[in-house]
Design a protein around this ligand. Sequence first.
Ligand code: MRU
Length: 353
Amino acid sequence: MRKIKDIRPIDVKDYKLYVIDQLKLPQETVWVELSTYREVAKAIKDMIIRGAPLIGIVGAYGFAIGIRQIVEENRSLNEAEEVLETLKNTRPTAVNLFWALDRMWKKFRKWTEEGIEGKKLVDALFKEANRIDVEDYHANKAIGGYGQVLLPEKCNVLTHCNTGALATSGWGTALGVIRSAFEMEKDITVYVDETRPYLQGARLTAWELLQEGIPHYLITDNSAGFLMSKGLIDAVIVGADRITANGDVANKIGTYSLAILAEAHDIPFYVAAPTSTFDLNTKSGKDIPIEERDETEVKKCGGCDIAPEGTKALNYSFDITPASKITAIITEKGIISHVDEEHITKFLKYRGI
Ligand code: MRU
């Protein structure tokens, strides 16, 4: 087995959260201190941290930080709701944020009803956030273990956005599968979509792969079809921001086009995600709120204006890939290889989720 270094995108010390500023990568690795829940909410909204699982983890720590502020300032715990809502009101698509905050909220309600308060309550909430964080890491390692089996010994794999250590508590989901395959000494070459406009592929995925010494090529977002037609791609693997009851997947804009291209070229299209990404309360992809970000993100590249001032731009951050286009969903509990409502329901039910 190869030795793989891992990257940890956050750290917690003295009730403060430290995160790598992902807007500054790969040029600089700058750690930012977040000591209030409003700072945490802003870091999520401004994409200083991003990636569905990491947004959930950071949101959970943000809630603990907010309750600590209330306790330290001797304010009423009724203000907890304001903390919760501020954190929820940051990015709408990745369900992991709402999943993690709901889990924190339930614990908060339970413990306060039991009379736990002050430092004891704050410490318990930090511990719960840490549990979410650690569970995510182990889930990623399991996803990697299950997923790498699907990749042949020699494999050219195409991925989109950043689904690695920087998007999670470490290791990654789709990129975690690639890490695990490389660790198992598979002969992997990764084709990395640059992923406009935030350039998660060019800036973050390429940075991670370079650190691990995993062979890769950066490609423009519009290269996939041509590479597939030349027989250069054996598999596509992406992450997810939300998976609905019927198996539709919200992920970074451009994912849907890749799924269509993969189907046209008879290439397997895999989605890797922890079970915290499933949203069984949402029936299908058309019910998922899709984040629309500021048009200036599209009209700029690397800080430079690239379009005439008067041009309007559309900036949907995510798209929906229908379940029918997905070969399999890789989770920490195993692989769902028939992606439809019936199989998803059974799969999660038998695993107690
Ligand atoms: O806008 P981002 O960078 O938060 O979007 C990230 C993605 O779309 C990822 O593919 C998804 O969150 C899965 S990360 C393990």
